[in-house]
Design a protein around this ligand. Structure first.
Ligand code: AMP
Length: 551
């Protein structure tokens, strides 16, 4: 017997419809990319202009399933392009501008994007990649005619693109499983893989992400997503805020301590979210200027493990609650949050800090378990660690175009139907997870991935190099920076300068190792692979030359 309730597909157009109906006058404040000035709009205006985007896209023959790329900061215009694309059933592909231009071109070609919206700060990237792009028919700069940059590529100003378009447009009306958003992960090996969110997965995830023990936002909140929309949907905040009527503050291109503080205070922000690096910038600024946030209540920190100093500074010095979040692009991205349980509230402060350092527990809609190498579930006793597997309606089943398929159905799942996160973790009897290691050895620098293997592969080509390994070394500003470890060929004596010169132009500038160390022998594991655990142990107290400068 079927239930007798209305069939109301979970599509994201409902979110902006709701914002327009319930909170039309709630503000969206943006720090303009062009001049850093603040401008204010409302959900009602975003709604109307997103409809204009839809009509402009339809005029260019964009239809359901077509991919539209953005190379853009968090702004009101990005939000309009985002909803204008998704709500008509096209797929919004957020591209990470911090990638190497060739990688960006590869990703856009793989996604077969038709139109590219970009911020003027990225004009040089667009000029570099345009000759390589095979499917992009139109370049739209997210600005007005007055600020349109001079360029070798024909560019249309966003304001001209939507000008004169009707504010009426048909949205929705398609299956809730229709593709909605696309975001590529830069894996450690091989090409980036596309995570293809559906409308249903995004709506469910946004509701899960806004449970009280996750972000817990409401109409009285003022929300500042510093985490970019190109990082897994700004951790769902681009959906959560219009869903619950929070005022939205979009930081544009300025994510430094003083700019963030100005927004926190000037806009009376109550909730914000970003990777640890951003918070180190803000906390440094607060200390130097003897300032403190006066309206901020909660801060979500994730993307890499939270440094204890950051946790303590927010909670102990400023009385701001830290929500430690773990997740990944493939999980939309929220997997766990470190909100305390009743048991913890009976413990002392130090025990609570210890509990908050852990990655936390799952919200409803995420299930996780740890398994051994044979896929057998291991004890959730807080001691045994194993591969962390997850499942749920907002967890990836397959990658775009079946990249990295593990079975004949093209899925990226284990035989038990779970997704392997690539992380290694413990889970304690309270259900609280702690990451102990990464199966992959990527280096997380400022919330971005640096592939150790890529650098190693190039470094192996430098003169006099017998073997090369790259590990992440703790860094006060960027969390981690790469250290390149070289085993010279017998009789050869490569230098730091010669190796780095060789890497120059082969890898992105910000991937360049902060230092090069030379060893007699790089330790190998049982299967002939570099034993990174041993190397990390050997270099655990290593101080990078860049560390001093950042302190
Ligand atoms: P991404 O898909 O770029 O968001 O990266 C996901 C990966 O980042 C996870 O698989 C973890 O390895 C790492 N990560 C994310 N959040 C945390 C956290 N709170 N603590 C430790 N590692 C994290």
């Amino acid at each position: 017997m079927l239930g007798l309730m209305q069939n109301w597909p979970l599509t994201v157009d409902r979110i902006l419809e709701h914002a327009n109906n319930a909170f039309p006058h709630r503000e969206v404040v943006t720090r303009a990319v062009e001049d850093g000035q603040l401008r204010t709009t409302t959900y009602a205006a975003v709604y109307r202009r997103a409809k204009q985007v839809t009509n402009a896209l339809r005029e260019r023959s964009v239809t359901v399933g077509d991919r539209i790329a953005t190379l853009a900061w968090n702004t009101d215009r990005h939000l309009e392009a985002w909803y204008g694309t998704m709500c008509m059933g096209a797929v919004l592909h957020t591209v990470n501008p911090r990638l190497f231009p060739e990688q960006i071109a590869w990703i856009i070609n793989h996604a077969e994007d038709k139109i590219l919206f970009f911020d003027t700060t990225f004009t040089q990237i667009v000029e570099k990649i345009a000759p390589l792009l095979k499917t992009v028919q139109l370049y739209v700069a997210l600005t007005d005619r007055e600020h349109l940059p001079q360029s070798s590529v024909p560019i249309v100003a966003y304001e001209d693109f939507i000008a004169g378009q009707s504010e009426e447009a048909q949205w929705g009306g398609f299956d809730e499983n229709t593709a909605c958003g696309l975001c590529y992960t830069s894996g450690t090996t091989g090409d980036p893989k596309g995570v293809l969110y559906s409308h249903r997965s995004n709506v469910i995830h946004a509701m899960a992400a806004n449970q009280t023990d996750v972000f817990g936002c409401g109409a009285k909140d003022v929300v500042l997503p510093i985490v970019p929309m190109f990082h897994a949907n700004a951790w769902a905040i681009a959906f959560v805020a219009p869903m619950c009527g929070s005022k939205l503050v979009m930081p544009g291109a300025k994510l430094d301590g003083p700019s963030v503080y100005e927004l926190l205070e000037g806009q009376k922000v109550t909730f914000t979210a970003a990777v640890p690096t951003v918070w180190q910038g803000l906390l440094g600024f607060l200390r130097e200027n003897n300032s403190k946030p006066t309206t901020l209540k909660r801060v979500a920190i994730g993307g890499s493990a939270i440094p204890e100093t950051v946790l303590r500074a927010f909670e102990e010095d400023y009385g701001v609650e830290v929500i430690h979040a773990w997740g990944m692009t493939e999980m939309s991205p929220i997997g766990t949050t470190g909100k305390l349980l009743p048991d913890h509230y009976e413990q002392d402060h130090e025990s609570q800090i210890k509990a908050k350092m852990k990655q936390g527990r799952t919200p409803f809609t995420v299930e996780m378990k740890i398994v051994d190498d044979d896929g057998k579930r291991i004890a959730h006793d807080g001691k045994a660690f194993g591969r962390l597997l997850v499942r749920g309606p907002s967890v990836a089943r397959a990658y775009f175009k079946n990249a990295g398929a593990k079975n004949e159905r093209g899925e990226c799942l284990e035989t038990c139907g779970y997704f392997d996160t690539g992380d290694v973790a413990t889970i304690d009897p309270l259900g609280i997870m702690q990451i102990t290691d990464r199966a992959k050895d990527v280096i997380k620098s400022g919330g971005e991935w640096i592939s150790s293997i890529d650098i190693e592969n190039f470094a192996m080509g430098a003169e006099g190099v017998a073997n090369a390994a790259v590990i992440g070394v703790a860094h006060p500003k960027w969390d981690e920076r790469p250290l390149l470890i070289i085993q010279p060929k017998p009789g050869a004596s490569p230098t730091k300068e010669s190796v780095l010169k060789f890497l120059d132009g082969k890898i992105a500038k910000w991937w360049t190792p902060d230092d090069v160390a030379f060893v007699e022998l790089i330790p190998l594991g049982a299967t002939g692979k570099i034993n990174k655990l041993a190397l990390r142990e050997q270099f655990k107290d290593y101080k990078l030359p860049t560390t001093k400068a950042a302190e």
